[in-house]
Design a protein around this ligand. Sequence first.
Ligand code: HEM
Length: 389
Amino acid sequence: MNLIESLLSPAGRADPFPLYAEAHRLGPVLPITDSAFLVVGYAASNEVLRNPGFRIPTNPSSQPSLELMQRSILRANPPDHGRMRSLISQVFTPRRVAALQPAIEAAVDGLIDGLPAEVDFMDRFAFQLPVTVICELLGVPASERDRFRPLASDLTAALELTDTSDGSADAAARELGEYFAHLIRNPAADGLVSALVAARDAGDGRLSDEELLGNLILLLVAGFETTTDLLGNGLAILLDRPELTSTARSDPAAFVEEVLRYDSPVQLTTRVAHTEGLSAGGVPMPAGSDLILLLGAANRDPARFPRPDEFDPARTDNKPLSFGAGAHICLGNSLARLEGTIAFTRLVERYSSITAEGQAARRDRLVLRGYRTLPVRLTAAGCHPGATA
Ligand code: HEM
């Protein structure tokens, strides 16, 4: 079995890290065919992400479920990408994100207040926090939020290298499209939706109807499954190694950064060589070549991170590629980091111990890596272990 087949196998999806280590021994860029390459090295991945000669693959015959998202910045190339990105970053400003801090803190405290002593962390916390925050930002009423979890999960199944969504991704795309079309007609005042509607209505061609819809769906979907996985992957590490709780308490931002490196919620992305004369990691890339960038492998590159398979929040110069790099670098990276930092700060403050209680299970995905269920027992600070929180 070759490396890519192994990664797509159930064992590879469950634990790709030994395969990444094997890949690093072979080199930073591995040919799959004459015109398809696996990029695993940190420097080579960074180089490709930052070089405008490599573009987002646009495949007109792709699944209908992804058609709306094809109109979003995530799937756009120059000149459309720059036009949309400057518009969206104007309304998705660091100020707007920073202003969410009190709301995030209140949401975290509210969720913790409602947690029983034995609980599925994914269900009652890791999913709830990001969906609350992104809906707050977009102006989606609280009553509507629960329906998004299955819809987003169905839709993102279409992002896997092998789509196993059985039509459910198309149905989810239709339902999300209808919901957001309604939200566009009735936007909450001062929300991000109304700011983007105003940009579309300026009539100067800065944002079309389809682009507005595609970007709103992208913000919802990109904004919560990934952050849900960051929270779950981080908690699973604390369950395995409770001695790390003190680091999560003293430097939660460094803890979150190392979770991003060690168990990245987004394991890969793709690019295509748009022009002649390109190379990656010293390997020539003929125009039209397809590249799979294994961000999760780049984050474990021994040439960039000493002892890459060790979880060490104290490492210096920790700059994982979990949010990508270059023109498409994640627009929500500061929001995701803020949510993660506040969540782990509060969790380790409010509980003296968090232990596994039952069988954790991962989602069967390669691209978006996270847990389906993570059952835990929580002991509130000030209580004796074993007492009810
Ligand atoms: C831990 C959480 C997150 C991770 C790991 C993550 C990861 C990524 C990655 C890897 C990309 C770049 C893909 C590429 O270059 O092909 C990206 C793009 C993007 N992300 Fe995130 N993301 C996270 C959270 C968020 C949040 C909270 C939001 C918004 C609320 C968001 C919105 C976006 C958008 C809009 C893009 C497209 C940017 C562009 O193409 O110009 N993400 N994200």
